[in-house]
Design a protein. Structure first.
Length: 96
Protein backbone atom coordinates (compact mmCIF):
# COMPACT_ATOMS: atom_id res chain seq x y z
CA UNK A 1 0.00 0.00 0.00
CA UNK A 2 3.03 2.30 -0.34
CA UNK A 3 5.06 3.93 -3.06
CA UNK A 4 8.79 3.52 -2.44
CA UNK A 5 11.34 5.99 -3.77
CA UNK A 6 14.99 4.87 -3.76
CA UNK A 7 17.96 7.22 -4.01
CA UNK A 8 21.43 5.71 -4.45
CA UNK A 9 23.91 7.54 -2.24
CA UNK A 10 26.84 5.20 -2.82
CA UNK A 11 27.61 2.06 -4.81
CA UNK A 12 25.76 0.30 -7.61
CA UNK A 13 22.40 -1.46 -7.46
CA UNK A 14 20.25 -3.54 -9.73
CA UNK A 15 16.53 -2.79 -9.46
CA UNK A 16 13.59 -4.61 -10.91
CA UNK A 17 10.27 -2.79 -11.15
CA UNK A 18 7.61 -4.96 -12.72
CA UNK A 19 9.37 -6.69 -15.63
CA UNK A 20 11.94 -3.92 -16.17
CA UNK A 21 15.50 -3.94 -14.80
CA UNK A 22 17.68 -0.90 -14.13
CA UNK A 23 21.30 -0.40 -13.01
CA UNK A 24 21.63 2.60 -10.72
CA UNK A 25 24.71 4.33 -9.33
CA UNK A 26 25.31 7.24 -6.93
CA UNK A 27 22.94 10.11 -7.66
CA UNK A 28 20.32 7.98 -9.45
CA UNK A 29 16.81 7.39 -8.16
CA UNK A 30 13.85 5.18 -9.02
CA UNK A 31 10.23 4.80 -7.95
CA UNK A 32 8.77 1.46 -6.89
CA UNK A 33 5.04 2.18 -7.26
CA UNK A 34 2.51 0.58 -4.93
CA UNK A 35 0.91 -2.58 -6.30
CA UNK A 36 3.84 -3.12 -8.74
CA UNK A 37 6.32 -5.80 -7.59
CA UNK A 38 9.78 -4.33 -7.10
CA UNK A 39 13.09 -5.35 -5.58
CA UNK A 40 16.79 -4.49 -5.61
CA UNK A 41 20.22 -6.04 -5.08
CA UNK A 42 23.57 -4.42 -4.32
CA UNK A 43 26.00 -5.20 -7.15
CA UNK A 44 29.03 -3.37 -5.78
CA UNK A 45 31.13 -4.24 -2.73
CA UNK A 46 29.26 -1.65 -0.67
CA UNK A 47 26.26 0.54 -1.20
CA UNK A 48 23.99 3.00 0.56
CA UNK A 49 20.37 3.77 -0.26
CA UNK A 50 17.98 6.38 1.03
CA UNK A 51 14.41 5.07 0.85
CA UNK A 52 11.24 7.11 1.26
CA UNK A 53 7.78 5.61 1.74
CA UNK A 54 4.46 7.25 0.93
CA UNK A 55 2.38 6.82 2.97
CA UNK A 56 4.67 5.60 5.73
CA UNK A 57 2.07 3.16 7.05
CA UNK A 58 3.67 0.59 9.36
CA UNK A 59 7.11 0.52 7.70
CA UNK A 60 8.92 1.64 10.86
CA UNK A 61 7.34 -1.21 12.81
CA UNK A 62 8.24 -3.58 9.94
CA UNK A 63 11.94 -2.75 10.41
CA UNK A 64 11.71 -2.97 14.21
CA UNK A 65 10.01 -6.37 13.97
CA UNK A 66 12.56 -7.53 11.38
CA UNK A 67 15.44 -6.65 13.71
CA UNK A 68 13.96 -8.98 16.33
CA UNK A 69 14.08 -12.04 14.08
CA UNK A 70 16.86 -14.45 15.04
CA UNK A 71 17.91 -16.86 12.28
CA UNK A 72 14.71 -16.22 10.30
CA UNK A 73 13.35 -18.77 7.89
CA UNK A 74 11.68 -17.98 4.57
CA UNK A 75 8.34 -18.49 6.35
CA UNK A 76 9.35 -15.95 9.03
CA UNK A 77 10.16 -13.35 6.34
CA UNK A 78 6.88 -14.04 4.53
CA UNK A 79 4.92 -13.67 7.78
CA UNK A 80 6.68 -10.40 8.62
CA UNK A 81 5.94 -8.96 5.18
CA UNK A 82 2.29 -10.06 5.28
CA UNK A 83 1.83 -8.54 8.75
CA UNK A 84 2.76 -5.18 7.20
CA UNK A 85 0.78 -5.44 3.98
CA UNK A 86 3.56 -6.71 1.71
CA UNK A 87 4.01 -9.94 -0.19
CA UNK A 88 7.19 -11.71 -1.32
CA UNK A 89 6.23 -12.75 -4.85
CA UNK A 90 9.34 -14.34 -6.32
CA UNK A 91 12.87 -15.55 -5.79
CA UNK A 92 15.62 -13.08 -4.83
CA UNK A 93 16.91 -10.89 -7.64
CA UNK A 94 19.94 -12.50 -9.28
CA UNK A 95 22.76 -10.48 -10.81
CA UNK A 96 24.22 -11.70 -14.05
Amino acid sequence: DQDEWFFVREGEFLFQVGDDRFRLTAGDSILGPRKVPHTFATISDTGTLMIMYQPAGTIEQFFLDGCRLVKPTAADWQALHRAHGMEIVGPPLRVG
